[in-house]
Ligand binder design. Structure first.
Ligand code: ADP
Ligand code: MG
Length: 265
């Protein structure tokens, strides 16, 4: 966002999440080939790169879905490399998936409510569901309605996800990501994938508002170059498992190496 690039100099910044020398191999392929990346607190950091460059793999290593073959993940100054995803969640690392993981048998508002305590496996849903409407969960339900209202899908609260459009599901995914208490950093893998440009801009406007008004911190993956640039504070670009550019979003977008990586497919 114009005027928000106040930290051109790297000194004294407070990073909430760091990747240090991350390597992730799939057989012979080095999907991550020594990635260093830092996510400044209270900002939106954008991660771009052509398909197959390693963006989702990085999100998976940062969130604990994959163990790296080398390197460390530092969350708020603490080395969490050995911790499973739910422990990282407990410590404030929240993520969304490229394909939303919604519970098809539950209503929209229930899908939102569940996200407050992480994304349980389908097996534990019924137990959680039983507790959901009990008194001590009233606050969760109220919060879920507030987030549905914020993302403008409150009118769909009692529908099933299958009755929503792809764009509405993406808005539900945004609502869900806002449910956990005091998230330290939110990782979103292509939150606008498959939605039309108007809605994509709306989603980024939401994320910008949340960052400015509630001091949240985001790392957002986006493979399209043009959508996010005006809403984010800082950008990284990856290609072939490596960071090839970092800095002011527009500079990164216009970096010759970045343009070349997209042209090269
Ligand atoms: P991006 O999200 O930037 O499109 P990915 O991180 O999904 O890229 O993929 C990076 C590379 O790793 C690609 O070549 C992809 O085919 C490969 N890859 C990703 N996940 C796996 C996996 N689970 N097994 C084998 N190869 C994978
Ligand atoms: Mg991906």
């Amino acid at each position: 966002m114009a005027g928000s690039h106040v930290y051109g100099v790297d000194y004294g910044l407070d990073y909430v999440l760091e990747a240090r020398g991350l390597v992730k191999k799939f057989g012979e392929l080095r999907a991550l080939d020594g990635v260093d990346l830092r996510v400044p607190r209270g900002k939106i950091t954008l991660l771009i790169g052509p398909n197959g460059s390693g963006k989702s793999t990085l999100i998976n290593v940062l969130s604990g879905v994959y163990k790296p073959d080398a390197g460390r993940v530092i969350l708020d100054g603490e080395d969490v490399t050995e911790l499973p995803p739910h422990e990282r969640f407990r410590r404030g690392l929240v993520r969304s998936f490229q394909v939303p993981r919604l519970f098809t048998g539950l209503a929209v508002v229930e899908n939102a409510a569940f996200a407050r305590h992480g994304n349980p496996g389908e097996g534990v849903v019924s137990g959680v569901l039983r507790r959901l409407w009990e008194r001590f969960e009233e606050e969760t339900v109220r919060r879920a309605f507030r987030m549905l209202s914020f993302t403008r899908i409150k009118h769909l609260w009692d529908r099933r996800p299958s009755e929503m459009s792809g764009g509405q599901m993406k808005l539900l995914e945004v609502a869900r990501i806002l449910m956990p208490d005091n998230p330290k950093v939110i990782l979103m893998d292509e939150p606008t994938a498959g939605v039309n440009p108007v809605l994509a801009h709306e989603i980024f406007r939401f994320l910008r508002r949340l960052t400015d008004e509630e001091g949240l911190t985001f790392l957002i993956v986006e493979h399209r170059l043009d959508i996010a640039v005006d809403y984010v504070d800082h950008a990284y670009a990856m290609a072939l498992g490596r960071v090839i550019a970092e800095g002011d979003p527009r500079d990164v977008l216009e970096h010759p190496k970045v343009i070349e990586s997209y042209l090269g497919g």
